[in-house]
Design a protein. Sequence first.
Length: 277
Amino acid sequence: MKKWTSKGAVALGLTAVLAFTSACSQEEASGGGSETEKKTLVVGTDAAYAPFTYMDKGEIVGFDIDVVDAVMDEAGYEYEIKNMGWDGLFESTRQAQLDLAVCAITISGERQETFDFSSPYYQSTHMIMTKEETKVDSANDLKHMAVGVLNASTGQIAAEKIMGQNNPNLKKYESDAVSIMSMKNGAVQASVADNTVVTEYMKNNPNEKYNTLTDPETFGSEFYGLMFPKGSEVADDLDAALKTIIENGTYAEIYEKWIGSEPDTAALQKAAEQGAA
């Protein structure tokens, strides 16, 4: 077989290479043809809120962490988790020192004035927890009790609606775990926290006996969302990814792993349509 090595062929080959190189350079300059490398996002949490986010053998784990991991994988972002206190979580997000925060954070109208939120990813309500000998028939019984809550939480807001703001009998703690321990030790008579947190505590402490109460007439449903600084450039990307994992069944697998039941995704979608505030 003869080798085709004419000058014309070499010139044609060089022309084709130059044309291809020029086209690639133009695509790269215009941002087309290859995916722009995405920055590594910084995610803040307060890992003291089982089963949503907590420490296990030196690692931050939980329902919220698995949801974030699935969202990041779907959206194509690398990320790192920073563990910080509850109050610092909000301030760091407000100042855009974090790209987003996740820690069973309820979407509320007041918070939406300062932060951007994703669509809802979890439906919750508040639960009252007391010692076995302390009887509570309704949320209104809190008026006559010393009550522990997580500082700057919607649990605090819910208790204040019953007890009044600046009530000296309303004790504000840095975590729900401390609030529950204060109730256990007698510093307060009741603790108000999200129902899943209370249920998780009781599951992990089966030998301890407590009364619990949800009062749907007083404590309505709330919805958690990923929280972003105002004007976040990644909020839309991550919200789209969140909706995708809810629709494709990934979210349901995470929910069943951590919560132990099937999620009501229809309620989440309805809340998203209504604004969830």
